[in-house]
Design a protein around this ligand. Structure first.
Ligand code: ZN
Length: 271
């Protein structure tokens, strides 16, 4: 699943190709993704210029003077910038053609992604307005998350993956951050101390920052002929390593399920 660092890397990669460029046309090859792609885009986008592309949470938001496109990559989606001479493949469900000869293409084999359109103030859109703070901003602090956790009867891992609390901490990053902060993923979020939240917040920021920087080093490949952005693989300490020795204490790593997602932890190092 594309996580916040991948989405941010995509946003950075796309930005120079679409900003201040006029939209020539829109192609919808398969409108049935998570929600139907609005056919009205074919008339709402052409002749308008993209003025910005922000990214609250995991939603890239290309904006024109007429409204804002809301994109989500779902389980398997990816955005590509390709020359308009490159023909589309089967999972290339949606594309925008720009006057500079480039296409912005959404490839989404599993079709859990989304392309929506709004003319309203994007901050008030139902998908955006209740999002928690961005993890890499000064709004995301130990005091904030400690305060928010006081009345929550949920496990800490579930808590930090809730996008209303903080955006962009996906399953892999939650596993890794809790391991590095020595916090057991099943611990009740309301029972985690301020000192532990301090470690956790620093760890989340470090992990995401590193991932974005690594992604940044692949950016020059973003508009390769095949349109593959060349995603990066971060070194993982705990995720996917059930039964293998903990990098810290050599005890075997354990695996459980929480909220239908895999959790990996070391019962010796995390409590
Ligand atoms: Zn350990």
């Amino acid at each position: 699943m594309p996580e916040l660092p991948e989405v941010e890397t995509s946003r950075c990669g796309i930005e120079p190709h679409i900003i201040n460029n006029k939209i020539n046309g829109v192609v919808i090859r398969q409108k049935k993704i998570r929600w139907p792609i609005p056919v009205s885009l074919k008339k709402n986008l052409p002749a308008h210029t993209t003025t910005s592309i922000k990214r609250p949470g995991k939603y890239p938001l290309p904006k024109t003077s007429k409204g804002t496109l809301i994109i989500h990559l779902g389980m398997s989606g990816s955005l590509h910038i390709v020359s308009n001479k490159i023909s589309a493949e089967k999972p290339d469900h949606f594309e925008i053609a720009f006057s500079n000869g480039k296409l912005l293409r959404l490839r989404d084999p599993r079709r859990f992604g989304a392309v929506l359109w709004t003319r309203q103030d994007i901050e008030k859109h139902k998908l955006i307005e209740n999002l928690g703070p961005e993890p890499l901003t000064d709004e995301f602090t130990a005091d904030y998350i400690h305060q928010a956790s006081r009345k929550r009867k949920v496990a800490i891992k579930t808590f930090i993956m809730n996008s209303h609390i903080v955006v962009g901490v996906g399953n892999i990053y939650a596993n890794e951050a809790l391991f590095m902060a020595s916090i057991h993923p099943g611990r009740m979020s309301s029972r985690v101390s301020l000192a532990s939240y301090k470690r956790l917040v620093e760890t989340i920021k470090d992990i995401l920052q590193q991932a974005i920087e690594q992604g940044g080093t692949t950016l020059r490949d973003f508009s390769r002929e095949d349109g593959k952005p060349g995603y990066f693989q971060q070194k993982l300490n705990i995720y996917g390593k059930a039964g293998q020795p903990c990098t810290n204490c050599k005890q075997p790593i354990k695996q459980i399920r929480q909220q239908q997602r895999s959790t990996y932890y070391c019962s010796h190092c995390q409590n």
